[in-house]
Design a binder for this molecule. Structure first.
Ligand SMILES: Cc1cc2nc3c(=O)[nH]c(=O)nc-3n(C[C@H](O)[C@H](O)[C@H](O)COP(=O)(O)OP(=O)(O)OC[C@H]3O[C@@H](n4cnc5c(N)ncnc54)[C@H](O)[C@@H]3O)c2cc1C
Length: 375
């Protein structure tokens, strides 16, 4: 199906099904949001929309990735989904398609797309974030599987997840990125403990995740033993670019809300203009990235440009909110709406998740501009 036909069909369908797709009014918990997301995924999957842009070998209906980008944009703009939790498929599925044994991808990917399951990404550890190559969570071969022992942290949605894309160390620590293996782990395996962490915006979005001698069958290895760094390098460009297209749709909606409020009179028009410019700089860049993907290009370190742009737009827009509707956010003023407070505080994470702003700039300096190694 072509994009124009998809858009027209989807828009009409969304208009007709708005009542079923809209979340409950008022404050909701993350658990409520997860339940609602599953409903939206199921409805859009059963109607076919969620299956476009994914290959037939995972029960997709084929077509360009532009189709699934538009689906996420349309659902986010209408407020039917929250982009962070919706985008997990954009982060994890492309890598499953590239590295999972084909029968595993065929069995699992439809479950995620249909909303039957949630997956999480176990990369960061207490001593390993920016320097991912030094990760320590260990996997040791045992018969027809692996035994995993170690800890992950900041694992988004782990408390809801049925599966985890997990990076483990299978070589020596000195082997850094060459000794890493990626596994696809069932989260109900004996030996896994998940402890949610309350983030400052009020939700338990991420978790500490402990692995104590957890058995993972060898056919759950993503790629070959020792190929985990290649898996991570395949995944991170999606997390830093296409997965954030939906975040920009959310930012567009919230900027519109801000300008529509009575307090908007207090906003400096130049500041509003600057925020719009930054948002559209990201959209232009991200659109080009989506079209490159559509054309068959492989995404790589250049996607750090996308991440820098969207994080900058994100924080600029909510800084503007701080000047306008929500001046009391940081002083705990309880006249500030919970929604603005939550969104402002969450925007602070934009320069951390998916790799910090400094790390994106390091990648651009070293791997894109070839300005030399870090001193
Ligand atoms: C909302 C949110 C969700 C997340 N979800 C997940 C998830 O689902 N799965 C997952 O695995 N991780 C997740 N993360 C973790 C995220 O990937 C890490 O926080 C991030 O990579 C930074 O690592 P760190 O926290 O260990 O900070 P560190 O690496 O310790 O960095 C601390 C500071 O030092 C700076 N710094 C470090 N090294 C350099 C350098 N070489 N040059 C210049 N500056 C440097 C950093 O920029 C940063 O400011 C999430 C984080 C957030 C905020």
């Amino acid at each position: 199906m072509e994009l124009a036909e998809f858009r027209a069909g989807l828009d009409g369908w969304l208009d007709a099904h708005g009542a079923e797709l809209a979340p409950a009014e008022g404050d909701t918990t993350l658990a409520d949001d997860m339940t609602h997301l599953a409903t939206v995924k199921r409805l859009t999957y059963d109607a076919g929309w969620m299956r476009y842009g994914w290959p037939e070998r995972v029960e997709g209906l084929g077509g360009s990735p532009l189709l699934r980008a538009y689906l996420g944009e349309a659902l986010t703009l209408r407020g039917f989904v929250e982009p962070g939790i919706y985008s997990m498929a954009e982060v994890l599925v492309p890598t499953m398609l590239d590295f999972a044994p084909p029968e595993l991808a065929a069995e699992m990917v439809p479950r995620l797309l249909r909303g039957d399951e949630t997956w999480c990404q176990g990369f960061s550890e207490p001593g390993t974030g920016s320097n991912l190559g030094s990760l320590a969570c260990r996997a040791v071969r045992d018969g027809d599987g692996w035994r995993v022992t170690g800890q992950k942290v900041w694992t988004s949605l782990a408390q809801f997840a049925q599966r985890c894309v997990l990076l483990t160390r299978t070589g020596t620590v000195e082997s850094t990125h060459r000794g890493i293996t990626a596994l696809f782990v069932d989260m109900d395996s004996p030996g896994i403990t998940v402890r949610p962490i309350r983030a400052m915006h009020g939700a338990d979005e991420f978790c500490e995740t402990f692995f104590d001698d957890v058995f993972v069958p060898v056919d759950r290895t993503l790629g070959a033993e020792g190929q985990g760094w290649a898996v991570a390098m395949d995944l991170l460009p999606y997390e830093r670019s296409t997965a954030l297209w939906h975040r920009a749709a959310f930012l567009q909606r919230r900027l519109g809300d801000l300008v529509a409020t009575a307090a908007a009179d207090s906003l400096d028009p130049d500041d509003v203009g600057a925020a719009v410019e930054l948002l559209y700089a990201f959209r232009a860049r991200s659109r080009a990235t989506q079209y490159r993907l559509d054309g068959g290009d492989k995404l790589g370190p250049e996607t750090s440009v996308d991440k820098v742009l969207v994080a900058t737009a994100d924080q600029t827009i909510f800084d503007l909110a701080l000047d306008g509707v929500a001046a009391g956010i940081t002083t705990g003023d309880d006249t500030v709406s919970a929604e603005w407070r939550r969104d402002f505080l969450y925007s602070r994470a934009a320069t951390i998740y998916g790799g910090t702003a400094e790390i994106q700039r390091n990648i651009l300096a070293r791997r894109v501009l070839d300005l030399g190694a870090e001193a």
